[in-house]
Ligand binder design. Structure first.
Ligand code: TXA
Ligand code: MG
Length: 340
């Protein structure tokens, strides 16, 4: 399958990466192996999307339920050709506006996409990632890459190569380390088969963003529309997660710590909280991350949850943000993580 030992690491500089540097990784993919790679959102666990055996390895590595379909990553809008049925005018407009970028379009699947990739669904989810390493890898491999987030099913998504190795070192042939992901939450998944976008999973492109180009129609998607993956337990670290209202995270962490438990804190910068993050430690409370806005929380949330595990805390208290823009996706993930 591949010359690499499981969990081999290849470090690349996203600013200068070339397809040549990724030739060995491309060969692993072409011969049916698994390569984890950075995208702008989170790290993906990639395999040749057209090779059923390779895709089956993704499900085995992640312990992912087989009816939870994968996202297919391509290098440009032209690559949709042959992979999907009709490219609707809506899909074309959204792709023009947002690709490369953190938007996944669900369209009718064409025959070359094997059923294992779509989880047996008649549709396929597809996106062009905005990350130079991901794009160079797809081009070097010369095949579309099926890639879910590169975490064990149910765990927080990985935003660094170290997170990938922590979950999947024994199950992945090669991990490409291109540094930390900039966005930090997964792509927005949109059903683009009709004439209005239906949001199936909140992501870094918000509903407000999608108002371009099709106005208020977005809001009229079926209220229960959801990506199949959202049925499952998600984003949960191996400790309890508690969401605190804005401005109350520090007090809540202190209160919990008074009962003798080890508490982790992910809190917003500002006011008293500045003193907390910079000043003397509160006994029993470990400050794991401090953010200024929803985008920074998005970037730091999954790493913060994993850091909470590493620090051995019993409960991690996370300060909430307003559920608008990327804040909506962050609060969605946080609620799911808190459900455990
Ligand atoms: O940002 C991202 O989307 C990352 C990077 C690696 O691209 N990928 C990612 O993949 O988050 P994953 O597998 O963790 O999440 C894919 C989501 C799941 O909720 C899945 O159910 C949904 O997309 N999905 C995939 N195919 C679908 C389809 N045909 N119809 C509806 N939802 C679909
Ligand atoms: Mg995932």
């Amino acid at each position: 399958m591949s010359a690499q030992k499981p969990g081999a690491l290849l470090r690349v500089d996203p600013a200068t990466v070339t397809a040549e540097q990724l030739a060995a990784a491309a060969e692993v993919l072409r011969s049916g192996g698994l390569v984890a790679f950075p995208t702008e959102t989170v790290y993906g666990l990639g395999a040749n999307a057209l090779d059923p055996g390779a895709v089956a390895r993704i499900f085995a590595a992640k312990r992912r339920p087989p009816d939870n379909p994968l996202i297919v990553h391509v290098a440009s809008t032209e690559d949709l050709e042959g992979l999907v049925g009709a490219v609707t005018p809506l899909a074309r407009a959204l792709a023009r506006r947002w690709w490369p970028g953190p938007l996944t379009l669900v369209l009718e699947a064409a025959p070359p996409i094997p059923a294992v990739t779509t989880g047996g669904h008649p549709t396929v989810a597809i996106r062009v990632p905005a990350h130079p390493v991901a794009l160079a890898l797809i081009e070097a491999a010369g095949v579309p890459l099926a890639a879910p987030s590169a975490n064990r099913s149910g765990r927080p998504s990985p935003t660094t190569a170290a997170h990938v190795l922590a979950d999947l070192a024994d199950d992945v042939d090669l991990v490409i380390d291109g540094g930390p992901c900039t966005v930090g939450v997964e792509s927005t998944v949109v059903d683009a088969r009709g004439d209005r976008p239906v949001v199936l999973r909140e992501g870094s492109i918000s509903r407000e963003d999608l108002l371009v180009p099709s106005a208020e129609l977005v809001r009229r998607g079926p209220p229960d529309a959801a990506a199949p993956g959202l049925r499952y337990r998600h984003y949960a670290p191996r400790c309890a997660v508690e969401v605190a209202p804005p401005g109350q995270a520090v007090a809540r962490a202190q209160e919990l710590a008074r009962n003798g438990r080890q508490i982790g804190l992910i809190t917003a910068e500002g006011g008293d909280r500045t003193a907390v993050s910079r000043g003397p430690e509160i006994p029993g409370v470990t400050v794991l991350a401090v953010f200024r806005d929803a985008q920074e929380l998005a970037q730091q949330l999954y790493g913060g949850l994993r850091a909470a595990e590493d620090a051995g805390v019993d409960v991690v208290v996370v300060e909430s943000v307003e559920p608008v823009g990327v804040g909506r996706a962050v609060m969605d993930r946080l609620r799911r993580a808190a459900q455990g």
